[in-house]
Design a protein. Structure first.
Length: 199
């Protein structure tokens, strides 16, 4: 009987150890973000698909929009390919990791859309919220580092037609238009800045 108990307890202990969150703080430095959605009721499954900056807003299944002025003395644009969207911060406030002086801040617009400021300006539209962002290590399997904002829902709202996995989605926080999907947001350590500025 003891042998049988040992055979059953050994694998159980191994499984329990595998799902205990990893120790340690949230990694600092630049990071990228992706949506994470594995619903049981539909086939709109996303496992880390990138959230990209474009036109002052954030999207899934849309390329990053970035710019580097080629006529500025001593500015090497080859260092800023603009191929991905990289963030910085996430401890109350959130920014894009950019080379442009003054940076670009991330905020939630009055309509709930996740947005960012234009280069060289810290001006925020009326009714926007720029605080409450936080990165935390989750208690779920693998202990991913997740992004939140004051306990609000994160939403993917379709802005194109097609199959759920192929649509372009705009990101909202707290509330959004009709037809949005709830999602989680995970963050991933990255190098940066990747863009001089996001447009």
């Amino acid at each position: 009987m003891r042998a049988l108990t040992a055979l059953l307890v050994g694998p159980a202990v191994t499984l329990a150890a595998a799902i205990i969150p990893r120790d340690g703080p949230v990694p600092e430095g630049p990071w990228t973000a992706g949506v994470w959605r594995m619903p049981a009721e539909d086939n709109a499954v996303f496992t880390g698909d990138a959230i990209n900056a474009s036109g002052g807003k954030f999207y899934v299944n849309k390329n990053t929009s970035a710019y580097c002025p080629g006529d500025v003395a001593n500015l090497d644009c080859s260092l800023y390919p603009g191929s991905k969207t990289v963030f910085a911060g996430g401890n109350n406030t959130l920014f894009l990791s950019v080379g442009v002086p003054g940076g670009q801040q991330v905020y939630i617009a009055a309509d709930g859309s996740l947005s960012y400021t234009v280069p060289h300006s810290g001006a925020l539209p009326e009714g926007s919220v720029s605080t409450g962002f936080e990165r935390q290590r989750s208690e779920s399997f693998g202990a991913p580092v997740v992004l939140g904002n004051a306990g609000q829902l994160w939403l993917m709202c379709p802005v194109s037609e097609g199959e759920p996995r192929e649509r372009t989605y705009q990101m909202y926080v707290g509330h959004g238009p009709e037809g949005c999907l709830n999602t989680g947001v995970r963050t991933y350590t990255s190098s940066g800045p990747d863009a001089w500025e996001y447009t």
